[in-house]
Design a binder for this molecule. Sequence first.
Ligand SMILES: [Mn+2]
Length: 360
Amino acid sequence: MKTVFRWFGPENDAVSLKHIRQIPGVSGVVVTLPGSPVGEVWEPGQIAALKKTVEDGGLEMEVVESVEIHEDIKLGLPTRDRYLENYAQTLRNLAGFGIKVVCYNFMPVFDWTRSELAYELPDGSAVLYYDQSEIDKVTDPRKMASDMKRNSNGAYMPGWDAGKSDRLIELFDLYKGVGEEELFGNYGYFLRKIIPVAEECGIKMAVHPDDPPWSIFGLPRIVNNQKNIQRIMELVDSEYNGLTLCTGSLGSDPGNDLPSVIRHFGNQGRIHFVHARNVKIIKPGLFHESAHLSSEGSYDMYEVMKALFDTGFDGYMRPDHGRMIWGEKGRPGYGLYDRALGAQYLGGLWEAIQKAGKTR
Ligand SMILES: [Mn+2]
């Protein structure tokens, strides 16, 4: 297992490569091309420049998150073939620079959604917070999009920028004809075109679960539980059609038992990337994120790591969303300090499990 750290690039991240390199056990960063128009090709020159920056900083660049999927593909519009060609070319270009895993999502219109980006816990730390009853009050999703951007401390928000907000009304109209079954159909079309390319260039595709893992604003969501993800894995039966196991996204539905979901897909060799964070579930539909330690949230992180170990997990893991602590100001969920603490805790669990495993 390799521990990596998400990094948004020199222009878009308050955290520097120098700081990331000083976190024990972290070997590389998970990169993106901020501001790259969704659906267009990532050109070799852009990828080369990013790789040089990362390697000059003493870190590896083997995971990308995310190459976003154009809405026309998710909607199954006739224009999708052009975007699929571009997607395939982006994969070929990334493979040329040593990228091994691409994390992506298949959520219609909205990326991860929260009702509050800086909810204060009793200890004074700030976390991301989700209250379904607040989301239900939002009658105009354009306001949701502008609030998410306004409250992000000026940070670029993947999935929330890139001009999508100008198209929101049109997109909602187009999705009226797309229910879960149609979305599965369009997803299958995507995978049948893209997985052969991924196989050919050696990139493991790793879909990120929907966050939260249920329908919002009446839009369909299908990457949300073991049964649906199994169906997706079977759409194209290849280890290159895999999963990003994001504990916080899947686990915010208490119906998803994380260790058992990990064993299910881990035993099939389909987990290529892990996002590890903890979440405190107050009741269904109401949760906030927490420090990584088991006692701080609703998940038993030992059991999560144990299930990964037992199924021979050999991919990449990154500490996911942390709290904002110690006066740090930064991108919500992506400060330096709490994610660094998380990396140490998760690394400690992993070392202990590994050593115990060897003595048996
Ligand atoms: Mn995640």
